[in-house]
Design a protein around this ligand. Sequence first.
Ligand SMILES: *[C@@H]1O[C@H](CO)[C@@H](O)[C@H](O)[C@H]1NC(C)=O
Ligand SMILES: *[C@@H]1O[C@H](CO)[C@@H](O)[C@H](O)[C@H]1NC(C)=O
Ligand SMILES: *[C@@H]1O[C@H](CO)[C@@H](O)[C@H](O)[C@H]1NC(C)=O
Length: 395
Amino acid sequence: MVQPMTSIILTPLFIFFLFSSLATATTYNVVTLGAKGDGTSDSTDAFLSAWRAACGSKVPATIYVPLGKFLLGRTVFSGGDECKNTAIHIQIDGTLLAPSDYKVIGSSYNWIAFEDVTGVSIYGNGTIDGQGTGLWACKDSGKSCPQGATALEFSDSNNIFIGGLTIVDSQMFHIVINYCNNVQVHGVTVLAPGGSPNTDGIHVAESSVVTILNSNIATGDDCISIGPGTTNLWIQHINCGPGHGISIGSLGWDTNEKGVHNVTVTTATFTGTQNGVRIKTWARPSNGFVNGVLFQHLTMVDVSNPIIIDQNYCPGSHDCPNKVSGVKISNVTYQDIHGSSATEIAMDFDCSSKYPCSGIILEDVTLEGSTKPAQSSCTNARGTNLGVVVPSSCL
Ligand SMILES: *[C@@H]1O[C@H](CO)[C@@H](O)[C@H](O)[C@H]1NC(C)=O
Ligand SMILES: *[C@@H]1O[C@H](CO)[C@@H](O)[C@H](O)[C@H]1NC(C)=O
Ligand SMILES: *[C@@H]1O[C@H](CO)[C@@H](O)[C@H](O)[C@H]1NC(C)=O
């Protein structure tokens, strides 16, 4: 199931990045700048020195992280006025290690953050290890714990490439892409135990033109989650599981919210996940929307909810009981989806009573029950069936 590494090497963008860095290479090795790959010495300052040097370079710059375990505290790579270089490559062969005491970074939103940068690629065969075990145990014990940090976050950034890396055991989400434009994520591996809380693989929100390709994601929460304001998102060749599947949402928490438009998920396998492809909205008033989604060429292996729209999401005692979702869901196509459902309801369209789902298309969908015959369930859902649809559609 592991995708060949050549898939990242051969992408045109990757070749472009490599080529541009080789053409006029200037390389900053973090070890030369004082980092120690012994797993215990704090290397944060050396990494930030390398970043400042790369930012000051007039030619494309590579920051090189050799083999070794480099302990980093919270590390923010800032762009904007502090970084004029728009061709910075960070090649990681070694491991970036978060502090083993979860309290050191646990109250920060993120551990390794890129803010307001342009033209950054971060790639290699190395590992980013969030060492989340301690925080998950704290959360499991019911004590009061910090929320936890995202392992790797890009925010307010453009022209970003993330390739080949393995991201493991984040305290919270593994990769977050927030307020970005033009982001390529190729050939990454995300690994965390199936029971680890809130460890989403890749979260995209408020971003446009994001491509996620050839990646293996196994976590305790969504493999990929898609938040408000996401447009032109392309997801292809993904292995997901364990985890909660690929989810648009939760949406509609805010009354005023940007919509999700033009999302494609094509060629993906879900193995033993809680959901396959899901759209989830809070049962609260909102002006949000989801329009133009294509779920295509998907394989479901023992997935609890292979196809699901849930517009009545209202966990805990939030301000939603007895309210209805304002999020308008339209133009969602499910095409060539096969496999097995671990529950009786293989297709569940539970839409808003105020704004029924419209333009749902089911085309060549066959989902067998793993144990009992499968069924479909529709509430306030309208659409069309094409080709063979099993179990018989309720649209
Ligand atoms: C990753 O490892 C493979 C095999 O050792 C090597 O060919 C490739 O160049 C490496 N890629 C990067 C980006 O370091
Ligand atoms: C949808 O997004 C894809 C990229 O994911 C883009 O190629 C395509 O042009 C977009 N379509 C529309 C109608 O915006
Ligand atoms: C459905 O969504 C696709 C992709 O965004 C778009 O190209 C198409 O125009 C939409 N169709 C309708 C009827 O909204």
